[in-house]
Design a protein. Structure first.
Length: 309
């Protein structure tokens, strides 16, 4: 059995499924988007089994892109979590068959609570679809599973429908990188957009030498500093820097005479500096524009840190 052929068949099957749901999109999608945008509450997503796993991802995507959302397990909902739902909340129920009992049991409460319901199913004639205000059709020609039992193409279709909802909402809200960063302060984008240079710079035990420091001592200071550079301070002010690149070039140029030199003989010209209250986004732009991987952080004329990419 050729495993590569199996993999290609599965991928082809799932691509066909995505083409199918794209062709099935209609005004119901637009109506669902308008409903979510207009609500004063949250968007609650519910599903059982594999649908629930996909629902958790959709809820997480919503929440991180400006649509307040959380996932609710239908079993937990039926045993007390329904108290988390307010009348202003939109409820998205996911079930490929549209007949998942645990989800259908929630319909009487949702109707009595006056919640708007969006159903994501593969069966427009199902109980869930018929009892929802809007229906998003994720019917696929076939599962990738040769037995047509394991949810495969259908779960991919559900995931992609969730992504379509997420991006549509994101774009209509005018969601910007700065907004994304607010919800992801621990990620690289959050670090770039929200952090200040002062929060990210190295500031303890900075490697510092004078212009007259012998090269042997420069190398020792640079090694201890572990920043790949040393600062040259003259009369309390930044004069230049020496990078590990400067050292390599000096070795090639001077050979054994290197240790007869002092710091000033191989130093780079005045380095690029930045202020500590500058945003990390601007700092990265400066490093990108200058083709460098570090900045010297100065508060006025005083060196207070080193920022490394």
């Amino acid at each position: 059995m050729n495993t590569l052929e199996i993999a290609k068949r599965v991928i082809s099957n799932e691509v066909d499924a995505l083409h199918a749901i794209s062709e099935q999109l209609d005004e119901q999608f637009d109506a669902a988007i308008k409903l979510i945008l207009a609500t004063q509450g949250r968007t609650i997503i519910c599903g059982m089994g594999k649908s629930g796993i996909i629902g958790k991802k959709i809820a997480a995507s919503f929440a991180s892109t400006g649509t307040p959302s959380f996932f609710m397990h239908p079993g937990e909902a039926f045993h007390g979590d329904l108290g988390m739902i307010t009348a202003d909340d939109v409820f998205i129920a996911i079930s490929n068959s549209g007949e998942t009992d645990e989800v259908l049991k929630l319909l009487p409460f949702l109707k009595d609570n006056h919640n708007k319901i969006i159903a994501i199913t593969g069966n427009p004639a199902s109980t869930l679809a018929k009892n929802a205000h809007y229906h998003l059709n994720i019917a696929v020609p076939a599962e990738a599973c040769p037995l047509q039992l394991a949810p495969t193409s259908s779960t991919t279709a559900t995931l992609v429908m969730g992504d379509a909802l997420t991006i549509a909402l994101m774009e209509l809200r005018g969601f910007q990188p700065e907004n994304f960063a607010r919800f992801h302060p621990g990620g690289s984008l959050g670090r770039k957009l929200l952090s200040k240079v002062a929060n990210e710079m190295f500031k303890e035990s900075l490697p510092v030498v004078s212009p007259e420091t012998p090269l042997s001592e420069v190398i020792n200071v640079m090694s201890k500093g572990a920043l790949g550079l040393t600062l040259i301070i003259n009369n309390g002010q930044l004069n230049a820097i020496i990078t590990d690149g400067d050292l390599r070039r000096a070795i090639e140029k001077f050979g054994k005479d290197l240790f007869d030199l002092t710091a000033k003989h191989i130093a780079s010209c005045m380095p690029v500096t930045i202020e500590p209250d500058t945003s990390m986004a601007i700092a990265y732009e400066v490093m990108q524009d200058k083709g460098i991987n570090c900045l010297i952080v100065c508060d006025g004329k005083e060196v207070v840190g080193v920022l490394k990419k």
